[in-house]
Design a protein around this ligand. Structure first.
Ligand SMILES: NC(=O)c1ccc[n+]([C@@H]2O[C@H](COP(=O)([O-])OP(=O)(O)OC[C@H]3O[C@@H](n4cnc5c(N)ncnc54)[C@H](OP(=O)(O)O)[C@@H]3O)[C@@H](O)[C@H]2O)c1
Length: 322
């Protein structure tokens, strides 16, 4: 079957570590189900694997991908929850299972014609969502949903700052926040992306490096090192900063005096539970919001699509179809 996989790792040239070609079809262990993939989306997590920052349990070669939507052998349509974890070991939350993994890290990534997933990871796909839209949900959109609503407990009228404009998580956060009645400020490096964030509904868009007022109830950061100082500066006393990624690096000094004197809540967040994925899907169906799809391309062009993702020119999610 056709798959996009890491055959090596390269910290400096991650796309050179990618191959697209034939891989053996995975055999489902007990309790797992084979799925024919209709659409899958690319994530920065795949880039971390190609760079060698994430080590797949089964070694290399490793099929990439944590997002997909597809059909089982009876024709039932599903969104695939990408988290492998036991809610019981995580005190009711599989993302807190100490042995938690995601599909590609366990060796069964989603950038393939056929995949195998645990039965509990199958979430019914509503007819209202296209295959491409459904394939955007399990990683970036679920992460943004959990950051906003589970972690920060954002409420209508709250002021939210989103670091970055065009990323998968950033576009999801902007659209979800607007749909939930929040006031949204976006910080971006790129004037063209600033215009597009405003079109998505951001109330205010500012360029990176602008001094920000400390007036936001919630700050969502996936950029890390480059934005951490500004994230802590942008939150109101008693407000919440949620971090779920560090694209630009992991070493960011923190002003501890500011943290305690202004009683800032700093929360980490990762992916989301199956229940949160169901809630997210319900939110989209009822509210009419849809994932922003940058482009849909054949799976065999995955190398080109990863190059686009790394170039920073993408706005929204990049989807591939086997
Ligand atoms: N913990 C989790 O479960 C989880 C889930 C999903 C993602 N993540 C992580 O979150 C990060 C973003 O993921 P993604 O899928 O949204 O990635 P992406 O689609 O590649 O987006 C990258 C984002 O980072 C911003 N950015 C990049 N470099 C920047 C810089 N130097 N200064 C300011 N902003 C910068 C971009 O903003 P512009 O619009 O200004 O270009 C863009 O919004 C990745 O590190 C990923 O691994 C973690």
């Amino acid at each position: 079957m056709l798959a996009a996989f890491a055959h090596a790792t390269s910290a400096d040239d991650p796309v050179s570590a990618l191959s697209v070609g034939e891989r053996p079809e995975p055999i489902p262990p007990d309790g797992w189900v084979p799925i024919t993939v209709r659409a899958a989306s690319l994530n920065h997590h795949d880039v971390w694997t190609l760079r060698g920052a994430v080590t797949p349990a089964g070694g290399l070669p490793c099929v990439l991908g944590t997002d997909a939507a597809g059909v089982d052998d009876d024709g039932n349509e599903y969104v695939i929850h990408g988290v492998l974890g036991d809610p019981a070991r995580g005190r009711g939350d599989e993302t807190l299972d100490p042995e938690r993994s995601v599909l590609s890290d366990a060796g069964h990534g989603t950038l393939a014609a056929r995949i195998v997933v645990p039965r509990r990871n199958l979430v019914p796909k509503p007819a209202e969502l296209s295959w491409a839209e459904a394939a955007c949900l399990p990683t970036a959109w679920l992460t943004a949903y959990r950051m906003l609503f589970t972690k920060a407990r954002a409420r209508p009228g709250d002021r939210v700052l989103v670091q970055g404009a065009g990323g998968g998580v950033a576009t999801a956060a902007i659209l979800l926040a607007r749909a939930a009645g929040l006031w949204v400020r976006v910080v971006t490096r790129d004037p063209a992306k600033a215009d597009r964030a405003a079109e998505l509904g951001a109330h205010e868009v500012v360029m990176s490096g602008t001094r920000l007022p400390s007036d936001c109830d919630v700050v969502l950061d996936t950029v890390g090192q480059a934005t951490w100082k500004s994230s802590l500066g942008a939150v109101r006393p008693g407000g919440t900063v949620v971090l779920s990624g560090a694209t630009t690096g992991f070493d960011a000094p923190t002003n501890l005096a500011r943290l305690f004197s202004r009683q800032i809540n700093v929360l980490g967040s990762t992916m989301g539970t199956r229940t949160e994925l169901e809630d997210l899907i319900g939110f989209l169906v009822a509210g009419g919001v849809r994932p922003l799809v940058d482009s849909v391309a054949p799976l065999d062009s995955a190398g080109e699509q990863f190059s686009r993702l790394l170039s920073g020119q993408v706005f929204g999610k990049v989807v591939v179809e086997p």
